[in-house]
Design a protein around this ligand. Structure first.
Ligand SMILES: [Zn+2]
Ligand SMILES: [Zn+2]
Length: 278
């Protein structure tokens, strides 16, 4: 792989609960998981069910070191974790990052709580990889080494969530999911994070038309994504966290109106690879 390679690959774009079946093949049924490659570095965002296939790919490539960043730990963002095969290889080094916990528990406790009896039989004691857990606060920025900068922002979501911006080689990719907007009042945290970004993956579980009915659920709309990206001079908008009830035909309909509203925008699909500036 060329040292300057920078891309994002979607491994799961569904929100809330997996939605497998013949009517969701195109956009995919797996819950949130996104991989960002920066040269030889592998950054993973969220551990929804999409992370299982990513794990198989990384094992095939013999990737030995990776960073896994959580937006938060609602089930659709953590339920694939125990099935992520790199965790069970003693040659691997895995760094887990979480910034939404507000000091109530550590990232390690978050994982232990999730993988505990009687809800799950295998505890993180079975991870054979060398595990490193990192806590941070929303809005922290850090140098992840190898020319990678990570910026973060607090999102508006029940129990908290964190949005991310990855900068590498003069380009940027943002991952902003599980956030609710206030109609008519663009979220200043999100605006700061996505300003001038090349690619913005954004929670658009709902449409403006149905938004009122779902106030308080913690999600946004594709129309708000358009407004934010326009306002912030961002590049490509990638709509994410699709409703489990929406089949491919419905999402094709959203794609059509989205592309009229903001040409170049897309709905995330499982397996999709996007490169900033292309
Ligand atoms: Zn979610
Ligand atoms: Zn959530």
């Amino acid at each position: 792989m060329a040292a300057e390679e920078f891309y994002v690959k979607i491994w799961g774009a569904r929100g809330t609960i997996p939605a497998p079946g013949p009517s969701t093949v195109k956009y995919g049924g797996n819950t949130s998981c996104v991989e960002i490659r920066c040269g030889d570095r592998v950054l993973v965002f969220d551990a929804g069910t999409g992370i299982r296939e990513l794990g198989r790919q990384l094992s095939q490539e013999s990737v030995r070191s990776l960073d896994l960043f959580f937006t938060h730990c609602h089930y659709d963002h953590i339920e694939g974790l125990p099935f992520f095969s790199p965790l069970y290889d003693e040659e691997n080094v895995i760094r887990i990052w979480a910034g939404h916990l507000g000091g109530e528990r550590t990232p390690e406790e978050m994982v232990c709580d999730y993988m505990s009896r009687p809800y799950f039989p295998i505890s993180p004691d079975y991870f054979w990889a060398q595990m490193n857990y990192h806590d941070f606060k929303p809005a922290d920025e850090f140098d992840a080494g190898d020319g990678i900068t990570i910026k973060t922002a607090e999102l508006n979501h029940p129990d908290g969530a964190v949005g991310y911006r990855v900068e590498y080689g003069g380009r940027s990719i943002c991952y902003v999911t599980d956030t609710e907007h206030v109609p008519g009042a663009p979220d200043a945290n999100v605006m700061r994070l996505i300003s001038d970004a090349d690619i913005v993956i954004y929670d658009a579980m709902f449409t403006d038309e149905e938004f009122e009915k779902f106030a308080g659920y913690g999600h946004s709309t594709w129309q708000e994504g358009v407004r934010l990206c326009d306002e912030c001079d961002a590049g490509q908008l990638v709509v994410f966290h699709h409703r489990p009830d929406y089949d491919d035909a419905t999402l094709d309909g959203v794609t059509a109106v989205l592309q009229q509203a903001r040409p170049g925008s897309l709905l995330a699909q499982e397996g999709m690879v996007l490169r900033p500036g292309q």
